[in-house]
Design a binder for this molecule. Structure first.
Ligand code: TYM
Length: 330
């Protein structure tokens, strides 16, 4: 079994990234014989090029921050493998092999592409073929379990289709079709306006907001206009929905009772949310400061990760090359 996932270093990570994906990365990491059986997590910097173009220093900075954030949030390099996508050139070769078995209609349906195009963003071939590079990311390591938020499920289905099509064309079990691992209660984390939290919607709360910004953002969460005295229904309210991410059953029940009793304004609920989030991420702030003081160690983690990833990926790529009739010598 191989757990694998990727995350784009296109800006600082937000609550959607954390509860939708990163928390599951941490939960699924486990010590294993190296490198077989280790969970693989990577910074999808090649994918980020479809968003950050012509700004190399920005991409480098985001990639550094992304590594620090994951380590701070509990990714343990003694258990899981962390690497930069672009440190494993094997992935772009598999990408090409997959392109040759991809039917165009599969990509026309891709909703990231459709959505970005609809919003008038430049639709280049990178964006169009994005799901195939993602398929290569997954298939290169014989991954079978891919922890992601709901917005990535289509990409994992495309990956399955491609693996099956490739195996069918070459009449052999060359590639392993993976499955998405999605948790129901955090598959789609909402943002300040109640829509899906997303950098591109400008409705995010970052994991490492300063206390001042956290307060400002939480205070701007959209609610209805009931007064303090009014009885309120917690289910469906944006503040309560976010609070649930951080709270256990008894804390949830306590705040829900306050909503239903009347006499509690949204300001107080927002305070409860701010406190819960601050407490929840406090250990990560400490770990982040610790890693930040040791940039060489972070780079070492990424280099060691790339080495492990290349060892596994190289063997799978050899299998693909032989199956296709390409030179078996790399
Ligand atoms: P990305 O970088 O947009 O997001 C990283 C992860 O965060 C999840 N996520 C959310 N989950 C719940 N609610 C939200 N509001 C929310 N916003 C983001 C995403 O579902 C994702 O799991 N294409 C991928 C990166 C990628 C990848 C891969 C993932 C590249 N190669 C291979 C898995 C396997 C992406 O853009 O994720």
């Amino acid at each position: 079994m191989r757990v694998l996932s990727g995350i784009q270093p296109t800006g600082r990570f937000h609550w959607g990234n954390y509860f939708g994906a990163i928390r599951q990365y941490i939960a699924l990491q486990q010590a294993a014989e190296e490198p077989t059986g280790r969970a693989f997590y990577f910074l999808a910097d090649l994918h980020a090029l479809t968003t950050i173009r012509g700004e190399p220093e920005v991409l480098r900075q985001h990639t550094r921050d992304a590594a620090l954030d994951l380590l701070a949030l509990g990714l343990d390099p003694n258990k899981a493998t962390l690497f930069r996508q672009s440190d494993v050139p094997e992935v772009t070769e598999l990408f090409w092999a997959l392109l040759t078995v991809t039917q165009m209609h599969l990509l026309d349906k891709g909703h990231s592409y459709k959505e970005k195009k609809a919003r008038g963003l430049p639709a280049d071939a990178g964006l169009y073929t994005y799901p195939i590079l993602q398929a290569a990311d997954i298939l290169l390591y014989d991954s079978d379990t891919v922890p992601v938020g709901a917005d990535q499920v289509q990409h994992i289905e495309i990956t399955r289709d491609l693996a099956e099509r490739f195996n069918h064309i070459y009449s052999a079990d060359v590639l392993v079709p993976p499955k998405a691992y999605v948790l129901d209660d955090s598959a789609k984390v909402i943002g300040l306006d109640g829509e899906k939290m997303s950098k591109s919607y400008g409705n995010t709360i970052e994991i490492f907001e300063t206390p001042k910004r956290l307060k400002k953002k939480c205070n701007s969460i959209v609610t209805d206009s009931l007064t303090v005295e009014d009885v309120k229904e917690p289910e469906g309210d944006n503040v309560f929905t976010m609070y649930k991410l951080f709270a256990d059953e008894s804390q949830r029940a306590e705040l829900a009772a306050k909503y239903r009793a009347g006499g509690m304004g949204y300001g107080e609920a927002k305070k409860a949310l701010i406190n819960a989030a601050t407490e929840y991420f406090a250990p990560a702030w400490e770990r982040r400061a610790d890693w930040e003081a040791r940039p060489d160690d972070v780079e070492d983690v990424l280099q060691a990760g790339a080495k492990q990833a290349r060892a596994v990926g190289g063997a799978v790529l050899d299998r693909v090359r032989v199956a296709c009739g390409l030179s078996a010598r790399r």
